[in-house]
Design a protein around this ligand. Structure first.
Ligand code: NAD
Ligand code: UFG
Length: 340
């Protein structure tokens, strides 16, 4: 079993991945500056698994803090979630996004190299694909120029990591291109806890259902899709967490840099998500149609064959599971971790 450094491990996807790492008997060191998360998520990870993790409060832009972590803990591999992810904010504050996501990632791989740790799993995004590609998107399709600065940072880091692995064969890097992570751990103890007004569909839906927001604005209903609303590939966060373990196993045995799509391969429209949420949870979600959101594409879903063939990974959860689990988390924690 390996000792895994998880940057951004207190966040939404990171906390679920820590649970799965413990379930697979790995040891976990979390490094997080808590800029978008609460330490309570890690308390609950420990409560759920009965295991204890090492938490280091630190910033990936700080070399000294990173060197200290590698000096104190014998790390075998790194799963790198740390970064900022709000698309709108990235348009207003590009330098902060370049600094945290690009400079922070360069700083991390530098520290890894000094410590001679060369196994890395990086959180990338389906946003790196060129918008002209037609779904299902596969990894051989061209990447493009993302419509926002957040997406741009993911593309740049992917390209830097690819070049690094070509220059130095000691590196073994997985680029996981997430589609749309939703859902929560079955227990309802950990889940997504966005600060302020949610940018993404699922937390907005659950916050309307729980009475924190008045109604959902559906951005556009004149797209060329099944019902005119945008189509995305929603993936349960526990399936996504498990993809990191599969990627880790693959990287412990291989060199180079390779990308894998992590999605179910199924597209669901906004109206389908809203209607299914109401059906499976028996709770209404008030909504109105609003203009299209700038930068949105009509349809995006994955071809996930490469992850199935090469990583031995499959998505096990249905859309109904995702919507039930999102609601279970929100209902039990109406104010997220702010409830404690
Ligand atoms: P999150 O905000 O819940 O988690 C990110 C964590 O990183 C937070 O705990 C935050 O405090 C920490 N962090 C941010 N900047 C840091 C820094 N400079 N130093 C140390 N820690 C820092 O987000 P998430 O949804 O769990 O996403 C995890 C990763 O996956 C991110 O890199 C994100 O861009 C990527 N991703 C997310 C989605 C999505 O829809 N959630 C989609 C594609 C890719
Ligand atoms: N939507 C609404 N109302 C909302 C929020 C979203 O109608 O209040 C719609 C969007 O227009 C889109 C769908 O719901 O059709 C999904 O939107 P999300 O914001 O949940 O997800 P995106 O596909 O836009 O964003 C995701 C990730 C980003 C990433 C982006 C790029 O969350 O991190 O994919 O593909 F950058």
């Amino acid at each position: 079993m390996a000792n895994i450094l998880v940057t951004g491990g207190a966040g939404y996807i990171g906390s679920h991945t820590c649970v799965e790492l413990f379930n697979a008997n790995h040891d976990v060191v979390v490094f997080d500056n808590l800029s978008n998360s609460s330490i309570e998520s890690l308390n609950r990870v420990q409560e759920l698994t009965g295991k204890s993790l090492t938490f280091v409060e630190g910033d990936i832009r700080n070399s000294e803090q990173l060197d200290q972590v590698f000096a104190l803990h014998k790390i075998d591999a790194v799963i790198h979630f740390a970064g900022l992810k709000a698309v709108g904010e990235s348009q207003q504050l590009p330098l902060i996004y370049f600094d945290n996501n690009i400079a922070g990632s360069i700083n991390l791989v530098n520290a890894m190299q000094r410590a001679e740790v060369f196994k890395l799993v990086f959180s990338s995004s389906a946003t790196v694909y060129d918008e002209a590609n037609i779904s299902p998107l596969n990894e051989d399709m061209p990447t493009g120029m993302p419509s926002n600065n957040y997406g741009y940072t993911k593309l740049i880091v992917e390209q830097l990591l690819q070049k690094l692995s070509i220059a130095d064969e000691r590196w073994s890097i997985a680029l996981l291109r997430y589609f749309n992570p939703v859902g929560a751990h079955k227990s309802g103890r950990i889940g997504e806890d966005p600060q302020g007004i949610p940018n993404n569909l699922m937390p907005y839906v659950t916050q309307v259902a729980v009475g924190r927001r008045e109604k959902l604005a559906i951005f556009g209903h004149d797209y060329d899709t099944v019902d005119g609303t945008g189509v995305r590939d929603y993936i349960h966060v526990v399936d996504l967490a498990n993809a990191h373990l599969c990627a880790l196993n693959n990287r412990l045995q291989n060199i180079g840099c390779r990308a894998w799509n992590i999605g179910t391969g199924n597209g669901s429209s906004v109206l389908q998500v809203k209607n299914t949420f109401e059906q499976v949870n028996g709770v209404p979600v008030a909504f109105e149609f609003a203009p299209r959101r700038e930068g949105d594409v009509a349809t995006s879903f994955a071809n996930n064959q490469r992850a199935m063939d090469e990583l031995g990974w499959t998505a096990n959860y249905t859309l109904e599971d995702m919507l039930k689990d999102s609601w279970h988390w929100q209902k039990q924690n109406p104010k997220g971790y702010g409830d404690i």
